[in-house]
Design a protein around this ligand. Sequence first.
Ligand SMILES: *[C@@H]1O[C@H](CO)[C@@H](O)[C@H](O)[C@H]1NC(C)=O
Length: 359
Amino acid sequence: MKSYLALFCLSLGGSQIAQGFVAPQNSGFRVSTTIKNSFDVFSEELANEESSSARRSLIHSAAAASFSLALGGAIVPAVNADVGTLPEFGDSEAIIQGLTVNVSDKSQLDGMVEFLVKGFDFQILRQRIRDTVEEIWLGYGPEQLSIPGDFEIPVSSFAKYGGHMSLKLVLDSRVMKPLYKGGDDAPGNNIDFLQVGVPGYRISQMVASGGKILDAYGLVNVVSPSGFPMRGIVGITPDPIMLVAVNCKDVKESKAFYEKLGFVEQEYPYSRPSKGTTIFEPAPPAKSVYMAPSAGCMGVLLQPTKKRITPNPAVESLNIVYNPTNGNDGDGLLLTDPSGLGIRFMSASTFTEEEKKTR
Ligand SMILES: *[C@@H]1O[C@H](CO)[C@@H](O)[C@H](O)[C@H]1NC(C)=O
C-alpha cells in the first residue's frame, strides 16, 4: 500500500493528493486490482489536468481522487448486500451513520455533552477511552443495524429501535492546537449546520453550556461549545438527526461527487406538516440539492454559496457505513468532498463489532 501510494504521488509530482486518500494504520486495507487500475488511469488524467491548469486547488484534486476511487469499485457496494437487517435499510448498500466532531480540550468535551443532552435531548449512547483519545457517541436511540432484542411492537417507542444516527465527539489530549475559541463564530463554513428536528429544545441550556446563539426566530441556529454549527427545529422525524447542510462553491460538482459515492437525490425531508412554508421550518435555499445514500438515513443538503469556503477544523468527518463488495475493501478510507469535508467509510461488520464493544 505504502509503496503504491508513494508511486502514485510521485506520478503527480507532488504529495498533496494523498490528502484525499488516507489508509489507516494497521487497518489491513487492501487495494484491489480494480482500484489499482483506476489509480493508474487516474494519475495519468490528473497529471494532464495539473499541467493544463495550475489554478486547480488542492481541494479539487482531492475530490478528483475520490471519484477515481469510487469508480474503481472500492466503495460502490455490492448489489443485494444490504446494510444490517433493519427493514428500513432493506435496499440500502450504504448509510450515513453520523458525524465525527473533534473537540479541543476536556472542558469543550464536557460542554458539548451538556449542550447536546440538555439543549437538544441527545443521549450518551456509548464511549471509549484509548490512550490519549476519548470518544463519546451521542444520539437519539440504538445505533445497531438490527432490531434490538428488547424492542417490542407495539409497546416500545421508536427511540428503542435500531439504526439511529450518532454524533461522535473525539478529544485527543495530545493535540494542543485549539480548534475553536468559545464565543466565536464557527471556525470554518464548509458545514453550514447539522439539523435536528426535535419535539422541543432549550435555548437557556444551550447558552449555559457554552453555545453561541446566532438567531432564534422560529428555529434556532447555534454554534456549539466546540465550534460545530447546529440548527434546531421543533418537529417530529423518525430520527431527530435529519441532515447536514454543506456549503458548496459548485453544487453540480458536489452532487456529482456524492453520486459517485452512491448517493441519490431525494425528496427534502420536513419535520413539520407545514412543509417549508413557515419560519419554523423554511424550505431549503434555491438551487440546493438534497442527497442521501438511502431513504432511511440522514442526508446532505448541498447549498450554493458565493462565499469563499473554508473547512471547519472542528469537523472531522461525515461517516458512512457500507457493505463492501470484496472482503473489507475500503474500510477506514477517508475521502474529502469538494467543500473540504472528510468522508469516512466503515464496513458494516467493523461498525457492528465496534458498536457492541463500546456500548
Ligand atoms: C481529529 O482528531 C483526530 C485524532 O486526534 C485527528 O487524527 C484528525 O486529524 C482530527 N481532524 C481534524 C479535521 O483536525
